[in-house]
Design a protein around this ligand. Structure first.
Ligand code: ADP
Ligand code: MG
Length: 588
């Protein structure tokens, strides 16, 4: 390929204006190397054999020129993309939907196995212009004559090496027989094993070979650090990390839309400039959120994979995988949100013991090491806060001489001291105490609830001081609970997870010490360990769930448990409480 192409921008390419507008809206500024070369080649009508590693933007490399070939007035399948897995099919379809958003009359049908035929058939019968699918289902639909390829203009094999790994080569050959001679073809793959080269020879017609060298060095500027979830909730870990980490902008990945809101809300309550970026927001709201991130009104975005795709904010210095992605490829996309434009970035992962094997996978994918680290404990965090305070005071002393009121303040202070009622130390102490009510300079040791528990002798397995099982509510756990009432219920939109999250966060309490939760219309019952310290109670009275103060108080009512079948055991074993377990897990 000639060198001059490396300076092409999207608008230099003969793409439909609706596509260019959309790329602009999505924050796609410069084409990636594979796009630089593939888009013009495909627009000129060539077949293309493209090789570039994961995360280099291959979808747009074939997707954008394919969109240019579509005639929206024709109600027939004009573009076919074959992908190895359902997840990839959905991903590619979403990307193409995104790119074509401003093109009238262009639709995307996604077809894959394991889902009902009905809706997929319906979409195809409407004559959707783009079809993205997995081999098996495509063959089924071809056999049923629902999928018709006569009008096909572009056929793409995406992630061809993965198809080979999954044993789809024969299926693909079957599908390709149905592709008209006249259709343009492209094959994209992260690697080029011989079997794929062979397939390319029969499938493609005088293709342009485009190969993008792996950019290992660029990737290595993203440092990857992993913390094993242990000893504190993920939420506590997150707030601590954000407190001690000098990030410029941070992007936090969670699993669901609801999580984006929950985690963002908890962060806001801890004083962070955080906001959710979720699929619940419309395009305009999303764009606004992203521009607030750029401008610094927001410093932390909490997002799911889907909405964060393509996010290009060079100021993002940290990507935090609060929940690990459901597929390893998304990991590469996620961490690619930092270290943009050659800057360095940090990718942080929270993982559970059973997810440890994934770290290897990530190392292989990124060709860079993942190191372990520890989240600061209470003592380290206290020291950090004290040091920060000292630095802040020193800085403010230096700036103070220039401060307009400093003479007046000095005079006032002099008067107070002269009156002899307060010493300088008293005044300083009172001010410091006042200032650090919300953010204590001396944190209690981690897991205050464990301490409470240790006040109870004989909590060990055979301890004879334990109450009979019946009195402990029939649970197998070794925690004695009281029942509390909170003034938040279904009407406020609260779910057990919200309550667990709020309590775990506000009281720095491991969620396994939160027992059963029963939701009523305008209140809820929550089991919490007996003998909660006063200050914890106090914090929880004022803490909010769904904007609603909890107003926690002891209750005579008992949490009623519907008998339920035993759940499958997780890493903690059978002793774990049952209610709200799924929800609690998210915060733990
Ligand atoms: P691949 O198929 O090569 O693994 P994708 O096409 O899935 O890569 O793209 C990886 C990510 O990069 C996606 O989130 C996509 O939105 C983003 N991306 C692709 N091209 C660009 C671009 N030119 N500018 C900004 N982001 C891009
Ligand atoms: Mg891809």
């Amino acid at each position: 390929m000639s060198k001059t192409q490396s300076s092409l921008s999207f608008s230099d390419m003969a793409l439909p204006s609706a596509v260019l507008e959309q790329l602009n809206a999505m924050g796609f500024e410069t084409p990636t190397p594979i796009q630089q070369q593939s888009i013009p080649a495909l627009l000129e009508g060539n077949d293309v054999l493209g090789e570039a590693q994961t995360g280099t933007g291959k979808t747009a490399a074939f997707g954008l020129p394919a969109l240019a070939k579509i005639d929206p007035s024709l109600k027939q399948t004009q573009v076919l993309v074959v992908t190895p897995t359902r997840e990839l099919a959905i991903q590619v379809a979403e990307a193409l939907e995104g790119f074509s958003k401003k093109m009238r009359g262009v639709g995307v049908a996604t077809v894959y196995g394991g889902a009902a035929f009905g809706p997929q058939v319906k979409a195809l019968k409407q004559g959707t212009s783009i079809v993205v699918g997995t081999p098996g289902r495509l063959i089924d639909l071809l056999n049923k004559n629902v999928l018709q390829l006569d009008g096909l203009k572009v056929a793409v094999l995406d992630e061809a090496d993965e198809m080979l790994n999954m044993g789809f080569i024969e299926d693909i050959e079957t599908i390709l027989k149905g592709v008209p001679e006249t259709a343009q073809r492209a094959l994209f793959s992260a690697t080029m094993p011989n079997a794929i080269r062979k397939l390319a020879k029969t499938f493609l017609n005088k293709p342009l070979n485009i190969q993008i060298e792996a950019v290992a060095r660029e990737k290595a500027t993203i440092k990857q650090k992993a913390w094993k979830v242990q000893g504190m909730t993920k939420m506590t870990a997150l707030t601590r990390l954000l407190e001690v980490t000098p990030y410029q902008r941070a992007l936090i990945f969670v699993r669901t839309r609801q999580d984006t809101m929950d985690v963002a809300e908890l962060l806001q309550r801890s004083g962070f400039k955080a906001s959710p970026l979720s699929g619940d927001l419309n395009q305009a709201q999303r764009e606004q959120t992203v521009s607030q991130l750029r401008s610094g009104h927001i410093e932390i975005l909490v997002a799911t994979d889907v909405v964060a795709r393509g996010l290009d904010v060079p100021e993002i210095t940290h990507v935090i995988n609060y929940d690990l992605p459901s597929d390893t490829e998304s990991y590469v996309h996620r961490i690619g949100r930092t270290g943009r434009a050659g800057r360095s970035g940090e990718a942080i992962l929270f993982f559970r013991a059973k997810e440890r094997h994934l770290l290897r996978h990530y190392e292989r994918l990124t060709n860079a090491p993942v190191e372990f680290f520890e989240v600061p404990n209470a003592n380290q965090l206290s020291q950090h806060r004290q040091q920060q305070l000292l630095e802040k005071l020193q800085a403010s002393m230096q700036a103070d001489s220039a401060h307009a009121d400093s003479d007046k303040l000095k005079k006032l202070l002099g008067q107070w001291l002269e009156s002899g009622e307060l010493s300088a130390e008293d005044i300083a102490l009172a001010l410091l105490t006042e200032q650090h009510k919300q953010r204590p300079l001396f944190l209690k040791e981690d897991r205050p609830v464990r301490e409470m528990r240790s006040e109870r002798p004989g909590r060990n397995e055979r301890g004879d001081k334990r109450k009979p099982r019946a009195e402990r509510g029939g649970r197998a756990a070794d925690i004695d609970f009281d029942t509390y009432k909170i003034q938040v219920g279904k009407e406020h939109g609260a779910r057990p997870g919200d309550i667990v999250g709020a309590i775990a966060n506000e009281a720095s309490m491991d969620s396994k010490y939160i027992g059963q939760i029963q939701l009523f219309d305008n209140h809820a019952l929550v089991q919490l360990p007996k003998g909660m310290p006063k200050d914890v109670m106090h914090v929880l009275k004022k803490a909010r769930v769904r904007q609603q103060p909890m107003g926690l108080e002891l209750s005579d009512e008992q949490v009623k448990r519907a008998p339920r079948p035993p759940r499958d055991r997780d890493a903690r074993g059978p002793k774990r409480r049952q209610a709200g377990k799924g929800a609690a897990r998210r915060f733990n």
